[in-house]
Ligand binder design. Sequence first.
Ligand SMILES: [Zn+2]
Length: 679
Amino acid sequence: MKKQPAFLIMTLIVMTLFLTSSCNNHKSLNTGTKVPAFDISGIDSTIKPCADFDGFANGNWKKHNPVPSTEGSWGSFEVLDKENREVKIKGIINELLSQENLKKGSEAQLITGYYRSYLDTVTLAKRGITPIIPLSEKIVAAKSNMDLIALAGELARLNISGPFEVYVNADDRNSTMNAIFMGQGGLSMRDRNYYENKDSAMVKIRAEFVKHVDKMFSMAGWNEKAPGQTILDFETKLALIQLKNFEMRDPVKIYNKIPFSELQKLAAGINWADYYKNYGLHADTVIVQDKNYLKNLGLLIKSTPVETLKTYFRWRLLTNFANVLPSQFNKESFHFFSTVMFGVKTQRPREERAVMSVNYRLGMPLGKLYVAKYFPESSKKKVSEMIENVRSVYRERIDKLTWMSAPTKEKAKKKLAAFTWKIGYPDTWKDYSSIDIQPDKLIENSMNITLWEHNDMISKAGKPVDKKEWGMSPQTINAYNNPTNNEIVFPAAILQPPFFNPDADDAINYGAIIGVIGHEMTHGFDDQGAQYDGNGNLSNWWTPEDSKNFISLGKKLEEYFSSIEVTKGFKINGKLTLGENIADLGGLTLGYYALEKSLEGKKKPEPINGFTYQQRFFLGWAQVWRENMTNESLINQVQTNEHSPARWRINATLPLMKEFSDAFGCKCTVADSLKIVIW
Ligand SMILES: [Zn+2]
């Protein structure tokens, strides 16, 4: 329930909003013991590596590891995530549950209290929707659209967001200070594509959405007439005035700082002052994503009947709390947001969901206990050395680039030298002790956590940025680049096999964790990141000629990815995935040359299982990205996500590299003109 929209940080993998993963009967990886570096049994040697490297490296694994019924996708990340949760996180929770007389506000009390409240289905059923009725009544009592917008400020504090989202984050043009941002929002299906795409699969999802909303209203005992169609119609109008997902990737375009007073002129149909007051923020200036959207939104709100807006806000209330309401609401919400949208067939057992919910809502208090138990301090040193190696290879690569001139190279190296990194977990932990958590009040617990997060966020407005803050909990299997801090961040949990294995063959590690480090570092120089300087400010450090060359290389990559059809009727969006594709190509290149550099002056490693060290490097990358997906998840990913599907992070990216073709003796995998070198 992070208030920050995803575009602010660039991540390694899809951060799924509706579900995370889990299932039984997969052989678990056990860190701390010797793990084979590469799982040879996953190879399908009947497939030619040059023709389909994913099929070759992972074919057998994929055949024997279909997507479990509780999942939308299943691969290295999901397997490790499940093991991490079922063994480590569940283990921590179980240990805490056996303790008595826990101090109110301590990590242990928050975690066990929330966990127990999640499992107390008897109380949950008894209370029904009672805890959210006062909010619903406020919505119903509103007399005008203006009343409703004022109330929306109060609802947004509980994360019941309407058509726009207000949040506090580092100012992209003054990165040491926090500013107030305002962006588009309020779509239940999250992305404009779900409202306008004419493909029959999407038409079907919209029809299911109408049914879902109707059912939820009926279960709540709210008797609006045809609420589903009302919501779909209103959200479609909203969607059609919003920026498309790839348009939001341009940091200059979405940075529009205006005086607060200008909001009223832009969108007269909205009483901004009341909204902000109820949201708890005082703003002199606001950075808006898209002025046109606010203008059109003002007109839309003005022309929408008050009854429609009431239905809309009641729906936002109900769907926001669906997971913490009695089980019939969870089930119905699961049916639409997981089964219909992602092809997940079976809902996980409640106990498993309880663990996930604690991990999601109390990630940092839990993370504090997690790293104390599971993160070896020695990893910090090893990983920091790896990062420095990648940095030095990057410097050499910049020097050798043929498409960039000397003045821009100097600036690029200056930015590279200013990079900072974080490994494992935060140096300081925030104080969560004021959150009131009761073992029998799940809905209130959820509200109290959200309010704590809200207050924490708004308290930063106008204040200096805390450069030490983390945007992910340490037990998250992911990594990110935060451009306004010019930093890359690696949570503790990704520093485990198959990503990082201190006991394993170096070549595999370079293709895995070093590729990941290179990926995050390259984000600082992808089409978005390259617009920020070493201090994390949006400022153009490129000569016009170099900028032109960079954009045209990106264009080539964009067109190449846009030509790939991943499932019938759906292609990768090369514009939306450009930054990630640049980061993959750059990360692999950096990893490869870091490996070569580590071997300089040394005897070259012997083949293992018949694979040269160069070949093993690419196998390491392929192992990280082995993944099966349901068709629905695949469609969702290419419609909404900045990451290309895992199969294509292997199969589309590797053939672009001469180093790959050389390693496997491939001829003509792609045209020579497509051997793209950006970094
Ligand atoms: Zn990324």
